[in-house]
Design a protein around this ligand. Structure first.
Ligand code: GLY
Length: 592
């Protein structure tokens, strides 16, 4: 069965059961700033699962575009994708487990519909814990339709509980698995959910009955609802009897094209994986860019994911001797695949092509620099720390996966934990900065901290004027006694440079220059030359502070009103804290 038929018979089945067919929502969640992408069909329906009235009624069904970046590292195996389509049906306070399970069974096994062999169907059910009891009700329904005890598995929350994100409507779920004869069981304990590939999950029925609050408490929902999710590509692969999602028509044309563009004749298993990664990542990036919001690659939010997907694809393509411009060649194929299902894909084709071109050019430019920097760090220290990987990422846009691969080629492993820690800190800082707060004490807005904050802006500009534009902020921390500023630079400052920086700052202070806040579009701020360290999570409008003509920086503040109150600026200490990062501690002293 072809994918297009799968989509249409699913909707037909549920229409016959009284469901309204609703359109796929955007990949960009409308009302949920906590996540970047729509990751399941239920995601846009959260308000309705919580009790709001849906204009189309209490039985809904659709095909939903989804992105799951959490699966990115698994892409290349037989089932995981970053972009995929999900079929779903919902009961909003209407039917419950009996109908949901009976219909799932009918649709999966009836010859009129998908016609899977009922003997190959296994199901999992929530085993119960302190938050919710064992779901014997679901087990009974499965038994009543004919699933024997030995193909019913009771599993814990990690397998049989569904929630989109950390809070919101949720509940126990029951997953359906089809056994693949070609892939043998991995051992006596092989069971659904064990990831060896013998059992492939095709569908999930969620019994929405709780609301989980931010602090982790579960309270029963006013209405009990059904949410189901069936992965289109996976189910198609099962129906077509092919070994992976990459062997369905969702990927075959892309994979053939990639092979054709490579000058190679034969492909090893590892090279086949790279081909799958290219196909998946380019397809996903195109589908994100196809949204009418027209978000291209950038260093913020969804744009950052686009960038990461494309750069990883370029890296994989380079390993297969695929020349430049390959992503453009794949675009026509992806547009053809989806133009009848999601109209926006063709509408935004020009935007997509323009961005693919620009991103490849841009990345290839920084790539040379990044590789040079990588080699230098490696030669200097014989290792690549998590912090180095973080620097290569923030300063040169080198995706972590690439740094990791390069490191592996040299026989070293990167401390991922250290990288992740830095990355999380970076994200956290950007979050608090955007909210107008500043980690390291600024939240309490004490006078000293405010002064040191303004001094930090002066310091960054002065360093760039004295040492050059390669200086960029790497971190900052302020207490009411001193500022600490980390920046990218290959060596410590000479005494002469220290003096120049101090003098430049003290001159600005002496001129008593006004510190002014304004609001503008992020792109306009950057175009005006504003410095931006916290690259993520900026909204459309950003807050910018300028200190006369001397400094212009994206920042939530607060700052002093004019510079004279700062007193006298002095660099107290400096230290090289890693390959290519220097830390300065500075103080403000009173003039008297
Ligand atoms: N919302 C159910 C699922 O994605 O599995």
């Amino acid at each position: 069965m072809k994918i297009s038929e799968l989509r249409s018979i699913y909707l037909k089945f549920f229409k016959e059961k009284g469901h309204s067919v609703i359109a796929s929502a955007s990949l960009f969640p409308e009302d949920d700033p906590s996540v970047l992408f729509t990751s399941a069909g239920m995601h846009p329906l959260v308000p309705y699962l919580l009790g709001q009235t849906h204009p189309e009624g209490i039985r809904l069904t659709n095909v939903q575009k989804c992105i799951r970046t959490t699966d990115i590292e698994d892409v290349g195996d037989t089932t995981h994708l970053t972009f995929f389509e999900m079929l779903g049906n919902w009961s909003l306070g209407d039917y419950w487990k009996k109908e949901a399970i009976t219909w799932s069974y009918e649709f999966l096994t009836s010859k009129k519909w998908l016609g899977f062999d009922p003997n190959k169907l296994s199901v999992t059910i929530f085993a119960g814990d302190e938050d919710s009891p064992r779901d014997d009700e679901a087990a009974e329904v499965w038994k009543s339709v004919g699933i024997p005890d030995e193909r019913i598995y009771f599993l814990g929350k990690e397998d049989n509980w569904w929630i989109a994100g950390n809070s919101g409507p949720c509940g126990p779920c029951s997953e359906m698995f089809i056994e693949v004869d070609e892939i043998p069981k991995c051992g006596p304990d092989c069971r659904p959910g064990c990831h060896c590939g013998h059992f492939v999950e095709v569908w999930n029925d969620v019994f929405m009955m709780y609301n989980k609050s931010e602090d982790g408490k579960y309270t029963p929902l006013k209405q009990q609802s059904i949410d189901t999710g069936m992965g289109v590509e996976r189910t198609a692969a099962m129906l077509q009897g092919v070994p992976s999602v990459f062997d369905t028509e969702a990927f075959i044309p892309l994979i053939e094209k990639i092979k054709e563009l490579s000058s190679m004749e034969e492909f090893s298993k590892e090279e086949d994986t790279q081909i799958r990664i290219i196909a998946d990542h380019v397809r996903s990036a195109i589908m994100i860019m196809a949204d009418d919001r027209q978000v291209g690659p950038s260093n913020v939010e969804q744009g950052y994911i686009v960038r990461r997907l494309l750069r990883k694809a370029i890296h994989s393509a380079d390993r297969l001797n695929i020349g430049t411009g390959f992503m453009i060649e794949l675009t026509d194929l992806v547009v053809d695949m989806f133009k009848d299902v999601y109209k926006e894909v063709e509408r935004n084709q020009e935007f997509i092509v323009k961005n693919l071109k620009a991103e490849e050019e841009k990345f290839r430019k920084t790539l040379t620099k990044a590789l040079r920097r990588f080699d230098r760090i490696f030669q200097e220290s014989n290792t690549i720390t998590g912090q180095d990987a973080f620097l290569l990422f923030t300063s040169f846009g080198l995706p972590l996966e690439m740094t990791r691969d390069l490191a592996e080629e040299r026989g070293i492993a990167i401390d991922m934990e250290q990288f992740t820690k830095q990355f999380e800190e970076h994200r956290e800082k950007s979050r608090t900065a955007t909210q107008g707060k500043f980690k390291g004490g600024l939240a309490d807005h004490s006078e000293e901290i405010t002064k040191l904050h303004t001094a930090t802006h002066l310091l960054q500009t002065a360093l760039r004027k004295v040492l050059g534009k390669e200086v960029t902020q790497n971190g900052s921390n302020i207490t009411d006694e001193r500022l600490r500023f980390d920046f990218t630079f290959s060596r410590k400052l000479t005494p002469d440079e220290v003096e120049q920086v101090e003098k430049m700052i003290n001159d600005v202070i002496a001129q008593d220059i006004a510190v002014e806040q304004s609001f503008m579009k992020y792109d306009d701020a950057i175009a005006k030359g504003a410095l931006a360290f916290f690259k993520e999570n900026y909204g459309e409008e950003v807050s910018v502070y300028n200190i006369g003509e001397f400094s212009l920086e994206l920042c939530g503040g607060p700052h002093v009103k004019s510079t004279a109150v700062l007193g006298k600026f002095r660099i107290a200490k400096q230290k090289k804290i890693g390959a290519g990062i220097v830390r300065i501690r500075a103080v403000l002293e009173s003039n008297s």
